[in-house]
Design a protein around this ligand. Sequence first.
Ligand SMILES: Cc1cc2nc3c(=O)[nH]c(=O)nc-3n(C[C@H](O)[C@H](O)[C@H](O)COP(=O)(O)OP(=O)(O)OC[C@H]3O[C@@H](n4cnc5c(N)ncnc54)[C@H](O)[C@@H]3O)c2cc1C
Ligand code: FES
Length: 281
Amino acid sequence: MYKIISKKEIGPKVRTYEICAPEIARNAKAGQFVIFRIDDKGERVPLTVAGTDPQKGLVRIIFQEVGKSTMQLASLCEGDCIKDFAGPLGRPTEIKKYGTVVAVAGGVGTAEVLPVIKELKQAGNRIITVVGARCKDLIILEDELKRESDLLLFATNDGTLGIKGFVTAVLKDVISREKIDIVYAIGPVPMMKAVAELTMLKRIKTLVSLSPIMLDGTGMCGACRVSIGGKMKFVCVDGPEFDAHYVNWEELASRLELFKNLEKISVDKFKYSQECKCHKK
Ligand SMILES: Cc1cc2nc3c(=O)[nH]c(=O)nc-3n(C[C@H](O)[C@H](O)[C@H](O)COP(=O)(O)OP(=O)(O)OC[C@H]3O[C@@H](n4cnc5c(N)ncnc54)[C@H](O)[C@@H]3O)c2cc1C
Ligand code: FES
């Protein structure tokens, strides 16, 4: 069993937890993820390792409530335990000195970008971070991103922070002004696809972290299969990071839709059968 040591709300339906998992805390590197299961009946859900404290044996996760399992996780309290917390899984980000790095983050992808820029900064890179959201209130981790970035830029759909528009407009401006050695993009599929199309024109190496549906996380079930340059890869063991210019985005988007109806039924059932245990205390 894995105990929730701390719980904090950092945005609308976005929470950060510290979980006591000393082995993972000692071994996890930027870019890797865990798969949790709340109880014996729970589904397996992947979440990025957003940070670790190896001394205290703590692993930080940041998640958005989008469906049944993340809603169920959000209903737990400090001191509660979850059944499984397996990891670290996936290949770590390749950390080296590239020069100037642009990290583009959308939505809860910001949580996944944070450990990557932290390590890239320590490796001596200049970090330009571009964060996108629908509005200012949905931006998370602003102070931590500021600490790790040499330049932090925003794009919001309604213009309440940074430019009014998409992260690609900011990225276009940055790459027209200076030489960029590598771009990282983590966020929704349409955002990562748009970033890839833009950087392809300038031939800037671009890495994306993919979030397909996963089951076992060991490369055996095939649920997380993606096509990269025409070859079949499994995100859980070959990724989650891939060269953005070779990803088959249409296939990835359609595979993410596979269980939409079942996910909706599952959420509806959960909403009517549960209430947050915290409110009972
Ligand atoms: C390697 C990896 C790392 C991840 N890291 C994080 C993280 O750090 N924080 C976080 O909040 N989420 C992360 N995710 C996504 C997370 O696993 C899904 O949101 C999760 O499956 C939600 O489970 P659920 O049962 O609550 O929702 P579900 O019932 O599975 O889904 C509800 C709805 O959410 C959307 N959705 C589901 N899965 C995904 C997905 N993989 N990508 C995009 N949209 C999805 C769909 O619209 C779906 O209809 C990661 C996924 C992967 C593969
Ligand atoms: S989750 Fe089963 S192969 Fe990747």
